[in-house]
Design a protein around this ligand. Structure first.
Ligand code: KIV
Ligand code: ZN
Length: 520
């Protein structure tokens, strides 16, 4: 089936209104302007820029976005009250293409709040939509909580809104209660039943309380809706809204069963997703569809092997299509030999089959102990397989520290295959440990950098420690991670010393003759 203009689905983005309503997700004025510009540039048809009566700040943001808009329709939200609608119009009127969006809760639960009977509410809808239409040619009306509104009453109020001049009828699933079959059916039956339905656009606005927002929105399109309301990263009240990137990519990838087009430039998706995550303070979960860090990452051996042979084996869309530079094959404990060889090639290292076997064994051992294996780690493994085992190994470490005096480290190490131990005091546990290491392996390397980062949250977080040493112009770095910061520090320091030993070996330098007294 080919797409026709009738099958164009309009994308209505409400990141700046519904998205900004997520608790804690407020954006500054300038951030809102920036996001609006990005939305306009990516081809969003309608931008719901805010709720002008809600605050002076919202009013200013909607007004300025309206003035700056290029292609998109700029919409403001208003309750079913005349002052709301007037304020909304004041904010959007300077847009090249303004829209007023007015709404009222029509379900029994929502009618109970203003304590209106069905007839009283019907009258209010007639009056407010007429008022909005007298101000603006483009009026959207929403029966909030439509999916829990009595069927007969829903038909009645939708018909009233159309007669009063609404040009778009939005059917919100305000509490994320509907399911795909029901969502499609509701729109289909409304279009079949309500008089005047053919003259307006039906929209779908879904929340994600049961994780079905995107599926419900797409089902509504199959039922006849031609406007999808959504937000970047699915930001929104509670569990959020339909995610723009999900519906747009689903329509693009599954055009065979959903032959509808949008005007979105999908290559801009990743950039705007990152900006919204940053300015809203809502990070994107790693496994989120399309925009999550892992959406185009493959770690398991079978997957990496397949990806290296043909990307389509495990990817249904190209990362470049959503603005990601490429697939990533992070190396971890599930990675296979093919991915390791590919990574080595990327690092400019060619190895024979036997050496690869050897590196692979060491790599698996390291990956079991380390969350992420970095390029530097891989290079160190290559060096170790050519140079032999690490000269220095940590065997045991015990540290006593606290408020009562200097810290004391008792250290056991294997040095060139020989077990050695030392006890040292220091100004804190790390200082005591490093001094003990230098007692067992005297060296004149200068500590240029000592840095600790927490990888995860909580008091049991893994600490990643980086150490950089300099000796006679030679630099060696070491990293390690452990839930114990002092152990991670010791390992990182020893790691750097091992690299220094390898480098010294290569340059013919040897400092074994330096005595313990020289360094303490
Ligand atoms: O979820 C909802 O019902 C809304 C309306 C204001 C459209 O956001
Ligand atoms: Zn909503």
């Amino acid at each position: 089936m080919t797409s026709t203009e009738k099958d164009r689905v309009v994308i209505f983005d409400t990141t700046l209104r519904d998205g900004e309503q997520s608790p804690g997700a407020t954006m500054t004025h300038d951030e809102k302007l920036e996001i609006a510009e990005l939305l306009d540039d990516m081809g969003v048809d309608i931008i719901e820029a805010g709720f002008p009566i809600a605050s002076e700040g919202d009013f200013r943001a909607v007004s300025e976005i309206a003035q700056r808009s290029k292609n998109a329709v700029i919409c403001g939200l208003a309750r079913a009250q005349l002052p709301d609608i007037d304020r909304c119009w004041e904010a959007v009127r300077n847009a090249a293409k303004p829209r007023i969006h007015t709404f009222i809760g029509t379900s029994p639960l929502h009618r109970a709040i203003p304590n209106l009977t069905q007839d009283e509410m019907a009258e209010r809808i007639e009056q407010t939509v007429t008022h909005a239409r007298n101000l603006c040619d483009n009026v959207q009306w929403s029966p909030m909580d439509a999916t829990r509104t009595e069927w007969d009453y829903l038909c009645r109020v939708v018909e009233i809104a159309i007669k009063a001049g609404a040009t778009t009828i939005n059917i919100p699933d305000t509490v994320g209660y509907t399911a795909p079959v029901e969502s499609a059916d509701l729109i289909r039956r409304l279009i079949e039943t309500v008089s005047g339905a053919d003259d307006v656009v039906f929209a779908t606005h879904c929340h994600n309380d049961l994780g079905m927002a995107t599926a419900n929105a797409l089902a509504a399109v199959q039922g006849g809706a031609r406007q999808i309301e959504c937000t970047i990263n699915g930001l929104g009240e509670r569990a959020g809204n339909t995610a723009l990137e999900e519906v747009v990519m689903a329509l693009k990838v599954r055009g065979d069963i959903m032959p509808y087009t949008t005007g979105i430039d999908t290559k801009k998706i990743m950039h705007i997703s990152r900006r919204v995550a940053t300015v809203s303070g809502f990070p994107v979960q790693f496994n989120k569809a399309i925009v999550g860090k892992n959406a185009f990452a493959h770690e398991s051996g079978i997957h990496q092997d397949g990806m290296l042979k043909n990307a389509e084996t495990f990817e249904i869309m190209r990362p470049e299509d959503v603005g990601i530079a490429g697939t990533s094959l992070p190396l971890g404990k599930h990675s296979g030999r093919a991915a390791l060889r590919a990574k080595l090639r990327e690092l400019g290292v060619e190895v024979g089959d036997n050496q690869l076997k050897d590196i692979f064994v060491r790599f698996k051992d390291l990956a079991d102990r380390k969350k992420e294996v970095f390029d530097d780690d891989i290079l160190a493994l290559v060096t170790a397989t050519t140079e032999g085992d690490d000269a220095l190994q940590l065997v045991n470490l015990k540290v006593v520290c606290g408020t009562g005096g200097p810290a004391e480290a008792t250290l056991e190490m294997e040095i060139h295959g020989e077990d050695m131990s030392a006890v040292s005091e220091g100004d804190g546990p790390v200082d005591a440990t490093f001094k003990a290491i230098r007692m067992l392996h005297p060296n004149k390397a200068r500590l240029q950098l000592y840095q600790v980062n927490a990888v995860t949250e909580g008091t049991d977080a893994q600490a990643t420690v980086s150490v950089r040493l300099e000796e006679d112009g030679m630099i060696a770095t070491g990293q390690s991670a452990d839930t114990d910061t002092v152990v991670a520090s010791a390992k990182a320091y020893i790691h750097a010393l091992n690299r220094l030993i390898v480098r010294r070996g290569k340059t013919g330098k040897d400092v074994k003759e330096i005595s313990y007294r020289d360094v303490t």
